[in-house]
Ligand binder design. Structure first.
Ligand SMILES: [Zn+2]
Length: 248
């Protein structure tokens, strides 16, 4: 089981314990009574201004802006850490917006929203790992702010894929809540992170990603009708999760 699943199983217990109101929402589901925690969490934008989260050395961070996760590049296997308390607070800060707007919220939507928030950071960190592998393979150069822009864009595309896949909990989220959460969860303001909009759809992402990985003979292969951008994206999606991972 991945750390994302372990963290979900831990934090979902809090949702399961929430009280429900004695009336149904429009589509016949029980609404959650706004819990007291929504008055005590920091505003969501505290988490929208992070510094690059690819760190060379594994040591306790002193001060700095709060991070939701981190990736330690390969010496031996790379390592992903998800920060439990920050992800927990970020989740509640996003849902506090929905509660304050008086949106009807069910436990089912909250559970899916929790998974969305964890998946956002987990797929972001996995992207850093994929790039680490491809740069080692092709000799490309890690560029911190570009890596962040692509990691943010990738995580959003990953969530949008789940939204379309009817087998996922994210696809069954109420539209109003899904839009509200994903809108606020991507309002990044820090350099690099905020540039995800340059790669916001699959086409823009694929093209930009190919240029960033820039394998030998990239231009030649492209000019010779090899679909090199598709090839690189396909490779990335086939990289096995050979990283170590932990909850911090
Ligand atoms: Zn990052």
């Amino acid at each position: 089981m991945s750390v994302a699943n372990i963290l979900y199983d831990d934090l979902v217990k809090e949702i399961d314990k929430l009280q429900e109101d004695d009336h149904f929402s429009e589509d016949g589901r029980w609404e959650v009574v706004p819990p007291p925690i929504i008055e005590h969490v920091p505003p969501f934008n505290v988490y929208m201004d992070p510094d690059p989260d690819v760190l060379e050395k594994e040591h306790p961070r002193q001060g700095g802006k709060p991070l939701l996760g981190v990736y330690y590049p390969m010496r031996s296997p790379g390592k992903i850490v998800l920060f439990r308390n920050n992800l927990h607070a970020f989740f509640w800060s996003l849902f506090s917006i929905a509660f304050h707007q008086g949106v009807s919220i069910t436990k089912k939507d909250m559970r899916a929203g929790l998974w969305l928030v964890i998946l956002q950071t987990y797929s972001h960190e996995k992207f850093h790992y994929y790039c680490d592998v491809l740069h080692k393979l092709f000799g490309g150069e890690y560029v911190a702010l570009k890596d962040e822009a692509f990691a943010v864009a990738w995580s959003r595309l990953r969530i949008l894929r789940d939204r379309k896949d009817k087998r996922t909990s994210i696809s069954n989220m109420d539209s109003k809540i899904f839009e509200l959460i994903i809108d606020h969860a991507y309002r990044f303001t820090s350099p690099g992170y905020r540039d995800w909009v340059k790669y916001k759809d699959e086409g823009l992402f694929k093209k930009g990603f190919g240029c960033y990985i820039n394998p030998p003979n990239y231009d030649f292969l492209q000019q010779s009708n090899v679909l090199i951008d598709d090839l690189l994206l396909g490779m990335m999606e086939k990289i096995n999760p050979g990283f170590d991972e932990a909850i911090g």
